[in-house]
Design a protein around this ligand. Structure first.
Ligand code: GRF
Length: 203
C-alpha cells in the first residue's frame, strides 16, 4: 500500500499582494497541489494565480462589494460554493482580509487554516504588526492556526519567532515576518496529512 497516493488538494483565499500565495504556488510538489484561488476583490493575488503555469488553479473573485455587510451570509455561501467547486482537502487563508462566517465554516471548518503575522494569542486582528511595534515587542512572529468562529482564535498548528530590530517600521517588520511566513505555510502544507487530528477543532 502506498502512503498519500494523491497530493493534498489546497484552495487558497487571498485579498492583497499575494506573496504568500506565490510561495505556495511555487512550492507545489507531490505532497500538495493548488486547485483553487479565491479573493474577495480584484487584487494582485488573483493576477498572480492567473499567470501561474504549468498547473493553473481555478481562479475566482467572489466580490464582497457586490454583497456588502447586509448580505454577508449570501457572500459566505457563494464563496463556499465556489471553493467547493475546486474540491479541496484544505482551505488556506493567506492574507485574506475577511472574517469567514458560519455559512462557510459549517462546510469547511476543521480544514480551514490561516496564517497570521504574530505569535497568537498575542496581537490578533488586522493590525498585528503595528500592534506588536506599538507594544514594544522585542520578538514577534507568525502563526498558522485552524480558523474557528473567532478572530484569530482557533487552535495553533505551528509558530515561528521573528526578531524586531531597532528602527523597524511596520513595513520592514512585516516583510521580515512574511519571509518566515512563506516558508512556514509551505512546510505546514507539505506535512498537513501527518498532523492528523492534532490541534484540529473537534479532533
Ligand atoms: C501576511 O502577513 C498574512 O499573515 C497577513 O497578510 C499578509 C499577506 O501578505 N494576513 P501577501 O498579500 O501574501 O503578500
Amino acid at each position: 500500500m502506498t502512503n498519500n497516493p494523491e497530493p493534498l488538494r489546497v484552495a487558497v483565499l487571498a485579498s492583497g499582494s499575494g506573496s504568500l500565495l506565490q510561495a505556495i504556488l511555487n512550492a507545489q510538489d507531490n505532497s500538495y497541489v493548488v486547485v483553487g484561488v479565491f479573493a474577495d476583490k480584484p487584487c494582485e493575488a488573483i493576477d498572480r494565480a492567473r499567470r501561474h503555469t504549468p498547473r493553473p488553479p481555478i481562479v475566482q473573485v467572489v466580490d464582497f462589494s457586490d454583497f456588502g455587510q447586509a448580505r454577508r451570509p449570501q457572500w459566505n455561501n457563494l464563496l463556499a460554493d465556489s471553493v467547493a467547486a475546486s474540491s479541496p482537502d484544505v482551505v488556506v487563508s493567506a492574507g485574506f482580509m475577511r472574517i469567514l462566517g458560519e455559512e462557510f465554516l459549517d462546510r469547511f471548518g476543521g480544514r480551514t487554516i490561516n496564517t497570521h503575522p504574530a505569535l497568537l494569542p498575542k496581537f490578533p486582528g488586522a493590525h498585528a504588526v503595528r500592534d506588536a511595534l506599538a507594544a514594544g515587542a522585542k520578538v514577534t512572529g507568525t502563526t498558522v492556526h485552524y480558523v474557528d468562529a473567532g478572530v484569530d482564535t482557533g487552535p495553533v498548528i505551528e509558530q515561528r519567532e521573528v526578531p524586531v530590530h531597532p528602527g523597524d517600521d511596520e513595513s520592514t517588520l512585516h516583510e521580515r515576518i512574511k519571509t518566515v511566513e512563506r516558508e512556514m505555510i509551505v512546510d505546514v502544507l507539505r506535512d498537513f496529512r501527518s498532523l492528523g487530528t492534532r490541534a484540529r477543532p473537534g479532533g
